[in-house]
Ligand binder design. Structure first.
Ligand code: HEC
Ligand code: HEC
Length: 327
């Protein structure tokens, strides 16, 4: 546990003080992001996009989407200026459709990106950050790109100089939540892509709890997914948790950037963070007309008291409830 504190977060060496109110410096050709804004954009990208666009997953096996660097490379090929690059990324993410997709092979392989709302301004900043800075790149990427595009690969952009600082309790809790979400999400999307929704339902039924528990052991923390409209009776939120869920619902509907909630109790730390839906979730949690009849039937068979339907995308489906020892 003690070591967890020394697992370090990224921070700035230099922070620019000549930035204007938006955190951009005007230059003759285009707006340059300052390093302090870039750090926030980088964290937003890691929080919202790396779940699927991870730079660490293997080249083929276990991928549910191309790494972010592949998106950057492809978009830079089509969109040369920062304005056109950023507006293309934002436009796609706000409304992913096959007609607008330019990563045709990725769509074939993984299906179209699920739709989900992201906090105001964060998409724009993520896209500008990808354009202006070097982002993490898996070792196999250059070779794959050079084979496909038949041109030398050298990533463009400035390097973000970062200094390591100690993780806060909020950082630790968020790291556990996102780590568990990644494992569950990867396995779920993999099951849907390979076998279809009905089989994936069995996967959730059999594996969601054991996978979550194994992540609890891995992090030496108690990790749970709880909900006000739970499917599995073991996942019902308690009274305290219900108040946090309604707080998160309000923040999400206002499209605020959401921070983990930290509550310290004696020698324990409790961290809460919302779980939101994207379009993919609606196959099993959507409005009745969005769920295939055979899937709906199987859900009721496995969970006769199911409450977890009726959702649209970008709604609070539940919350991570994480407890670990103070260091
Ligand atoms: C739930 C998984 C998931 C998340 C989260 C996600 N993506 Fe994607 N994204 C995908 C998949 C799968 C593809 C490949 C298929 C496609 O192109 O639609 C993709 C493709 C893309 C593309 C290329 C689209 C094209 O074909 O032209 C862009 C741009 C993109 N994502 C941006 C983002 C950004 C920015 C974020 C974070 C704010 C993000 N994605 C979060 C799954 C995800
Ligand atoms: C293939 C069907 C399926 C899909 C798709 C699916 N879920 Fe679920 N979900 C389930 C099942 C089944 C359970 C109950 C798991 C258990 O018994 O532990 C569940 C449980 C949950 C829980 C725990 C609380 C509860 O109600 O028991 C949350 C939170 C959750 N899902 C969120 C999501 C989100 C967010 C997505 C999309 C990213 C999603 N689910 C996609 C089937 C699905």
């Amino acid at each position: 546990m003690k070591n967890a504190l020394f697992l370090l977060l990224l921070f700035l060496v230099f922070s620019c003080n000549q930035n204007n109110q938006n955190g951009y410096k005007e230059t003759s050709d285009h707006k340059l992001m300052t390093d302090s804004v870039a750090v926030l954009a980088k964290i937003a990208m890691e929080t919202h996009c790396y779940l699927c666009h991870s730079p660490t997953a293997a080249e083929v096996e276990g991928r549910i989407a191309p790494p972010m660097i592949a998106v950057k490379a492809k978009y830079l090929k089509h969109y040369i200026s920062q304005e056109s690059f950023t507006s293309a990324v934002v436009k796609f993410v706000e409304n992913p459709t096959s007609e607008h997709a330019i990563m045709v092979d990725a769509v074939k392989k993984h299906g179209i990106m699920p739709k989900q709302d992201f906090p105001k301004n964060s998409l724009q900043q993520i896209a500008n950050y990808m354009y202006q800075y070097q982002i993490e790149e898996p070792v196999w990427f250059a070779k794959q790109w050079e084979a496909g595009a038949r041109q030398k690969w050298l990533q463009t952009g400035r390097k973000l100089e970062v200094l390591k600082t100690e993780e806060t309790y909020a950082d630790i809790g968020l790291r556990y939540a996102l780590g568990t979400k990644k494992i569950l999400g990867k396995n779920l999307m993999g099951a849907i892509q390979k076998k279809g929704t009905l089989e994936a339902l069995d996967f959730c039924n059999m594996q969601a709890m054991p996978l979550t528990d194994s992540m609890s052991t891995h992090y030496n923390a108690r990790i749970k997914r709880v909900s006000d409209k739970n499917r599995n009776p073991n996942n019902r939120a308690n009274t305290e948790e219900l108040t946090y869920i309604s707080q998160f619902k309000k923040q999400t509907s206002e499209k605020q950037e959401i921070k983990p909630l930290v509550v310290e109790k004696e020698n324990k730390v409790h961290v809460y963070y919302p779980i939101e839906t994207n379009t993919m979730c609606l196959q099993c949690h959507g409005k009745p007309q969005a769920i295939q009849p055979k899937v709906a039937k199987q859900i009721l068979k496995l969970y006769p008291k199911d409450l977890a339907i009726g959702y649209s995308e970008s709604e609070v489906r539940g919350m991570w409830s994480i407890v670990f020892d103070k260091n």
